[in-house]
Write a protein that binds this ligand. Structure first.
Ligand code: ZN
Length: 432
């Protein structure tokens, strides 16, 4: 995934101080390192859209077969009971699952803060797991009583939202190259916040020099809401409030029309494509081929685990490839292009062009895939990782640090974490 998209056989990658120092054949000498013989080595995958708190509400009955709005209405009352401990544990589970599937950099979109929950519940979780993290301070401000979708108990006052955005940016945002934590600003969606909050949030983000994120044009209901309430399509609404530009990325964008695709291309606005979630909620097939052809930055997102329900990023990349083929034919997207979207593409969408490629000067975020096992047995082209090949990594390196070794997470006790998560899910279910 360097500029020339070279594929090197029997090459070495030299890592120094968290960055890639050199790539080439026979350059390792007797330096200590990891033997990756029999493996495909790729940049770490980048996840551009998630709601980590949702891993505690996978496969909730009542939400399993619903469309977006009905799905939300089933889940909101459960999420309203979450505590900081739920947020922390659920985030650890989501991030651990991502790490095992090759992800080295993830964003997150946390837009509800019941019972003292704060953005740092997820930031601390990411620091322990060891992934590079770009949490966004989400928000909802229009509850049911004002014509919105979420219950009033889950919405916040807009002044408080903006104050807390400033607080978390000042406390946790690190703009440096190699940063392990960058904070963004992310009102949940046009149907859960006011026009004023969208505008003020954009201004605040630009004053602070941070990225902006929201959900946009997810399905037909979403388009209908925009036309009925705002009198325009989502792209026009976003543009009128300052929500386009290289510092903005929108999740889903399943229903963007040709004019909106041109707008995104012209302004460098990014898209987080979430194919499994779009399938699961029956939202449709995002126009990824058209977006890429127009030059729109596209990354990949697993989306929250209440609508996927898996958080496996390399499987998500395969799904992206398959879905474009369903829509546009077998030559619509190659395995290599889907892997590019999952690595370089996502990094660019998150404003991290120093990630998502293995080349001198780039951050040392690397996934090592063992292709000697059953999944790739008989493959003539193991480097076409999304056609055959494992769906979990053998090793994962983030900022030069080994997070996964021999398929095992090195940073926390995974069985204990899973047990804690399952106990919490049981308690939530029994109280329902
Ligand atoms: Zn989402």
């Amino acid at each position: 995934m360097d500029e020339a998209r070279r594929e090197l056989l029997d090459a070495d990658v030299i890592i120094d101080a968290g960055a890639v120092a050199a790539v080439g054949k026979g350059i390792a000498g007797d330096l200590p390192g990891i033997d990756a013989a029999g493996c495909v080595v790729t940049p770490g995958l980048v996840n551009t859209h998630h709601h980590l708190y949702q891993s505690l509400t996978r496969a909730v009955p009542g939400g399993q077969d619903a469309l977006l709005f009905g799905w939300l209405q089933t889940l909101y009352p459960i999420w309203a009971r979450f505590t900081p401990e739920h947020m922390f544990t659920s985030a650890q589970v989501g991030l651990a699952e991502l790490a095992l599937s090759g992800c080295t950099l993830s964003s997150d979109h946390l837009y509800l803060y019941p019972q003292g929950c704060r953005l740092e519940d997820t930031i601390h979780a990411a620091a322990e797991v060891g992934l590079r993290f770009q949490p966004t301070r989400g928000a909802m401000s229009i509850g049911v009583s004002q014509g919105g979708l979420p219950p009033d108990a889950l919405v916040e006052h807009e002044a408080d939202i903006l104050d807390d955005c400033i607080r978390v940016i000042d406390a946790f945002h690190d703009p440096d190259p190699g940063s392990m934590c960058r904070v963004g600003v992310a009102p949940c969606s046009p149907f859960s916040v006011s026009r004023e909050l969208m505008r003020d949030a954009a201004q605040l983000a630009r004053d602070k020099g941070v990225m902006m994120h929201t959900h946009l044009a997810e399905n037909e209901e979403d388009i209908a809401y925009s036309q009925e309430v705002f009198g325009c399509r989502p792209g026009e609404y976003a543009e009128s409030l300052g929500w386009v530009g290289p510092d903005v990325w929108h999740a889903h964008c399943v229903k963007l029309d040709a004019a909106e695709i041109a707008l995104f291309a012209r302004t460098g606005t990014g898209v987080a494509h979430c194919p499994c979630s779009n399938c699961r909620l029956g939202s449709g097939i995002a126009p990824v081929r058209a977006l890429r052809d127009a030059g729109v930055p596209v990354g990949l997102g697993v989306d929250g685990s209440a609508s996927n329900d898996a958080g496996n990023l390399v499987a998500e990349a395969r799904q992206a490839m398959l879905l474009q083929r369903v829509a546009n034919g077998a030559d619509a997207m190659s395995a290599r292009e889907a892997l590019e979207i999952a690595t370089r593409g996502g990094a660019d969408v998150l404003g991290r062009s120093e990630c998502g490629r293995i080349a001198p000067g780039m951050r040392a975020d690397i996934a090592i895939w063992d292709v000697s096992g059953i999944e790739a047995a008989g493959s003539w082209d193991p480097a076409a990782l999304l056609l055959s090949g494992p769906t979990t990594v053998r090793d994962l390196i983030v900022e030069g640090r080994e997070i996964v070794r021999d398929g095992q997470l090195q940073t926390l006790d995974l069985p204990a974490l899973v047990a804690r998560q399952n106990q919490m899910a049981r308690n939530l279910r029994e109280a329902t």
